[in-house]
Write a protein that binds this ligand. Structure first.
Ligand SMILES: [Fe+2]
Length: 476
């Protein structure tokens, strides 16, 4: 039998593993769902199948659970399924955890050496009619978009050479291409990075490699009409440390952060680096270029946001320094230097930013994200520890914030923009609202341009939805 999970932050309270694969037909809705809201909202959640092999583990090590809210003519159905990774199947057969510490294969049971150890729990990717479940430490798994059954590991018809594909590829809204990359592309702690392009039909058309300044975590990147941009911050891995059973990542903010820029036309041959002192980032908001001037918007913090990633200096985790702020950086390729011009856009901490997917890589103004009001109640949940107590919109041109607080027992998961009309504010924003007092979840449906008004409809779940990482919207 399965023993109780540990009573630690990654497994207790709202973070308790759910382990439920659900089918719920026609969910209860308070208010009215917009009749034009038709499509599927896919989300990925870490949800451990078994208690950790080493007594404790980090939240983002949990097995990937993919879920779908299917919206149709004012109704919504829910479905969730585990991703049947090699790791999931091996552990299910053994009825216990066989894989050890987060991204450290040297802590695994001997019986699973050589197996794919990804949990595919970070992002659902929709491209060319194909749904993929990805985490950045391996290749993604293909998922049936209707049944959520796992079809198997996906390697672009066996043509992909990189051993990793990040969980933040970007679809160019004009060309329909999928631009993606991998870091630690040739194996653990390597500095190799891959940059790949699949055409609008999903065929791999290019893969080129380059070297990062150090083997850092490159969780997200940016595209513009003419460039791709790789922000590399000093959260760094080390093979000898892993072999000794230590953590995959440690942060060293005394080192510089590097921004690599590659022209889409010439590829990696045109790679240029910009740099600035240390710090940390996880998510790009968006980027665009006007000629040789690149605007890169991202959420930047002073130190790593994850309490489980220690700083090499021994500096204790500081929630204020770990808070990310929406920032606008300018990189000018016409200038012959490495300088980045930086501007803080908003003083309200925020992360998991999303924009209108039709404006990715193009001039835009609006971003939606989870935010924190440090003066108000905060609930412990999700990957970082403290959940978001606001969900809102930032006008990236003015810094104006339009956000909703809810109640003291609420926390919010990553918002999702679903368009209805051509304008940047024409549409709806979906966000899971964690009801901590009731240990249940709702989905709030907001008017995208009027977040502070609160949800116009509440989709009620008879379940607690453990903190998701990312989602995507696929219009009907
Ligand atoms: Fe992410």
């Amino acid at each position: 039998m399965t023993k109780p999970f540990p009573n630690t932050p990654a497994f207790a309270g709202y973070n308790g593993p759910s382990r439920v694969e659900a089918d719920i037909y026609d969910l209860v809705v308070e208010g009215e769902l917009p009749p034009g809201l038709n499509g599927a909202w896919y989300r990925m959640t870490p949800d451990p199948q078994f208690p950790p092999r080493l007594g404790d583990d980090v939240f983002i090590s949990g097995d990937g659970m993919i879920s779908m809210f299917r919206f149709e003519d004012g109704h919504v159905d829910y479905k969730s399924r585990y991703v049947r990774t090699e790791r999931f199947l091996a552990e299910r057969k053994a009825r216990r955890a066989l894989f050890g510490a987060y991204r450290n294969r040297f802590t695994d049971d001997a019986s699973v050496q050589g197996l794919d150890r990804t949990v595919a729990n970070t992002s659902p990717i929709w491209h060319a009619g194909r749904l993929l479940a990805s985490k950045e430490d391996s290749l993604p798994y293909e998922i049936d978009p209707e049944t959520l059954e796992t079809r198997g590991r996906y390697d672009w018809d066996g043509r992909l050479k990189t051993c990793t594909v990040s969980a933040h590829p970007k679809v160019d809204p004009v060309t329909g291409e999928l631009l993606f990359y991998g870091y630690e592309a040739s194996g653990d702690a390597s500095r190799d990075m891959s940059f790949c392009v699949a055409d609008a039909q999903g065929r791999l058309v290019s893969e080129a490699w380059f070297e990062a300044p150090y083997p850092g975590m490159v969780h997200d990147f940016a595209i513009t009409e003419d460039f791709v941009v790789f922000p590399i911050f000093p959260t760094i891995t080390d093979l000898e440390r892993m072999k000794a059973g230590g953590p995959h990542w440690m942060s060293d903010i005394s080192q510089d952060a590097w921004i690599g820029v590659i022209p889409r036309k010439t590829g990696v041959a045109g790679l240029r680096w910009f740099k600035r002192p240390g710090g940390q980032f996880f998510h790009v908001i968006n980027a665009f270029n006007e000629g040789e001037r690149i605007t890169l918007d991202l959420c930047v913090s002073e130190m790593n946001s994850f309490p489980f990633i220690p700083d090499v200096s021994g500096a204790p985790y500081d929630p204020a320094k770990a808070s990310a702020f929406p920032s606008r950086w300018t990189l000018d390729l016409a200038r012959n230097d490495e300088r980045i011009d930086e501007r803080l856009v908003s003083r309200v901490p925020g992360d998991v930013p999303r924009v209108d997917d039709r404006r990715i890589g193009r001039p835009y103004r609006q971003a939606w994200m989870g935010m924190v009001d440090p003066a108000r109640a905060m609930r412990m949940s999700g990957p970082v520890g403290g959940g978001f107590n606001l969900v809102g919109r930032v006008d990236m041109a003015t810094g104006e914030v339009d956000a909703w607080y809810g109640a003291d027992d609420d926390a919010f998961q990553e918002p999702q923009f679903a368009p209805e009309g051509p304008g940047e504010l024409d549409g709806y924003v979906l966000s899971v609202i964690e009801r901590h007092a009731r240990n249940l979840s709702d989905v709030g449906v907001f008017r995208a341009g009027r977040m502070a008004d609160g949800p116009i409809a509440l989709i009620q779940l008879p379940l607690r939805l453990r903190g998701a990482v990312h989602g995507c919207w696929v219009p009907a």
